[in-house]
Design a protein around this ligand. Structure first.
Ligand code: TYD
Length: 148
């Protein structure tokens, strides 16, 4: 499996998309931003972030029924594996002005975190444990049910 790097273009599995965000270069420091329903296709209902990840650890390892997410490496780098139940792809995020849009019904796993990396995740809904698929077989059954 080869990692797709932001800027390489190309279609990603299951409707996932790398989206380039505005970058305002400035000698005082660069600035990027994201607006819901403008740069990303959903309105932002929740924001969470993952940090202090010990070497060799992974996060994610689940899918959602209805949640859409946008994942940004605001600091450092990591890989996101996305899986639509049939095909898998690995995307490396390593710039704070690119993000990965992940639609519902996509299994994802984040790993290879660099030291001091910070993952910012914008989500379309409040937290709900009922929206998770934490079992891969249950996820693929639902995926195949949707697309048959
Ligand atoms: P989880 O989504 O499994 O972590 P990740 O996918 O990032 O590896 O969430 C880990 C724990 O944190 C779980 O007990 C639920 C809780 N949690 C919340 O309470 N609110 C949230 O917004 C999120 C994302 C997680």
């Amino acid at each position: 499996m080869t990692a797709t790097k932001p800027g390489m273009g190309g279609t990603l599995v299951g409707g996932c998309r790398i989206i380039q965000l505005p970058k305002i270069p400035d000698v005082r420091g660069n600035l990027s931003f994201v607006e819901g329903e403008k740069h990303i296709p959903f309105s932002i209902r929740r924001v969470y972030w993952i940090y202090d990840v010990p070497g060799g650890e992974s996060r994610g390892g689940h899918a959602y029924h209805t949640l859409e997410e946008f994942i940004i490496a605001v600091s450092g780098s990591f890989d996101v594996m996305v899986d639509d139940g049939g095909q898998r792809q690995v995307v490396q995020l390593n710039r704070p002005y690119f993000g990965l849009y992940v639609p519902p019904l996509m299994w994802r796993k984040l790993d290879n975190f660099s030291s001091n990396s910070v993952t910012l995740i914008l989500a379309s809904l409040p937290y709900s444990e009922e929206d998770y698929f934490r079992n891969y077989e249950a996820f693929t059954r639902a995926q195949h049910g949707v697309h048959k």
